[in-house]
Design a protein around this ligand. Sequence first.
Ligand code: UDP
Length: 234
Amino acid sequence: MDSLEAKDIINHLIKQKKAALVFTPNAEIVVQAHADKEFLEILRSAQLILPDGSSLLWAAKALKKPLKARVTGIDLMQLLLPEAEKKGWTVFFLGAKQEILEKAVCNTLRNYPSLKLAGYHHGYFKNDIIPLQVINQVKPDLLFVGMGAPKQERWLYQYKNQLECGVAMVVGGSFDILAGKTKRAPFWMQKRGLEWLYRYLQEPARIKRSLLLPKFVGLVLAERKRLRKKEGLF
Ligand code: UDP
């Protein structure tokens, strides 16, 4: 599935108004889910799971279940915002620091002046119920949640039965990008699967997370070995 196909599925899910969850895991998230059964269940509860990372494409190919394309949260969000403007969907932003979020809202409305942005709330709340109440007051068609993993997935899973929205999609650090605080990698890096490298250079504090990548490779290779054994290849 590519971003355009994902957009079509979301179009369909929005009409059902059942708070469908859309998650976009990368290699780090897969490693976390492997070590934490509860988090794995949370990921599995999504109506749509999209591979946000070239390492997942590599893993899928290695396990003989190739995926069509990488679908990042920010790419899909940038397809959904004009769609929301065109279709009149109401949208809510949850996540990021207040001043960053305000900039993201401003820039988004500059780009999509007719967008029905029903509300927004920062992602550093002490009481989980506050953003839930604000969201349910406006019942958005499309809720974007950017609080970083696993916080965003856990929050959505915990409140999914109380949330009144069409689709709730996680977007990680996308509000920071919309605000201009962080930049996306140049297109040539994105195409060559090097966006992770650009992010580490831009935010060196993230380097700690890269320690999970060898673990991811190890998990994939072990799974490939297990599958080959099952098939009697060796
Ligand atoms: N964030 C948040 N609440 C928190 C922790 C983080 O809203 O308690 C925001 C943070 O300000 C940033 C985003 O979540 O905008 C994290 O982005 P990151 O790039 O780390 O996302 P990931 O790579 O984990 O998807």
